[in-house]
Design a protein around this ligand. Structure first.
Ligand code: GSH
Length: 213
């Protein structure tokens, strides 16, 4: 019997939600191993043996341990091509990857838990963390909104959801949590279209083990 697919995650982790969406899109059943980030469980030695970065998610699949949500999504897409997460043409793929990386590389890492904790410590104020997170989300999503401004489809790139949408929806949830000014009607419309789909809605944080509001 094949090994079970196992996702190491935390309910509030937006990077984990990305992988849950991709798994759902690909129709891959999996079990979840929850690691409480607030309790520091991502730094337990047993988990560090799986992911030495001490970050969630990590995905056990096909006898491998995969880390980095973007790399995981692309692995799933390469090994299970239907439905595709990327457009068929190179220019379209470059555009969608640029959108995905705009969030995964340039927004999310700046508002990661350990960064927020460091900001609070450096500034010496508990309010500094959310204020920093809000600023990063607003600036990053302003740029993302400009990047999709000329798109005419329902989703970030066309009329089917893909990798850029997988990155956007969890990031908007973070923006909301930080109290950001949600000044992006186009992004909110994309989010609404995504959340009408079970692959996004059913994988949301509130449906995950250990969820607390
Ligand atoms: N670039 C990584 C980011 C992973 C990441 O930052 N995960 C966060 C949760 S969303 C985490 O584990 N944070 C723990 C910490 O900061 O200590 C990915 O896309 O997988």
């Amino acid at each position: 019997m094949a090994n079970p697919v196992r996702l190491h995650a935390y309910f509030r982790s937006s990077a984990s939600w990305r992988v849950r969406i991709a798994l759902a899109m690909k129709g891959i059943a999996h079990e979840t191993v929850a690691h409480s980030l607030l309790d520091g469980e991502q730094r337990d030695p047993a988990y560090l043996a799986l992911n030495p970065q001490g970050l969630v998610p990590a995905l056990e699949i096909d006898g491998l341990v995969l880390t980095q949500s973007l790399a995981i999504c692309e692995y799933l897409d390469e090994t299970r091509p239907a439905p595709p997460l990327l457009p068929a043409d190179p220019a379209g793929r470059a555009h969608v990857r640029a959108l995905a990386q705009a969030i995964a590389c340039d927004v999310h890492p700046l508002q990661n838990l350990r960064v927020l904790q460091a900001v609070v410590k450096l500034v010496g104020s508990a309010e500094a963390g959310p204020a920093w997170g809000r600023r990063v989300c607003e600036e990053g999503l302003d740029a993302f909104a400009a990047l999709v401004a000329n798109e005419t489809g329902v989703f970030c790139a066309g009329d089917t959801p893909g990798l850029a949408d997988i990155m956007l929806v969890p990031q908007l949830a973070n923006a909301r949590r930080f109290g950001a000014d949600l000044r992006w009607p186009r992004l909110l419309a994309i989010e609404q279209a995504c959340m009408a789909l079970p692959v996004f809605a059913d994988t949301a944080p509130q449906h995950q083990p250990g969820f607390t509001p």
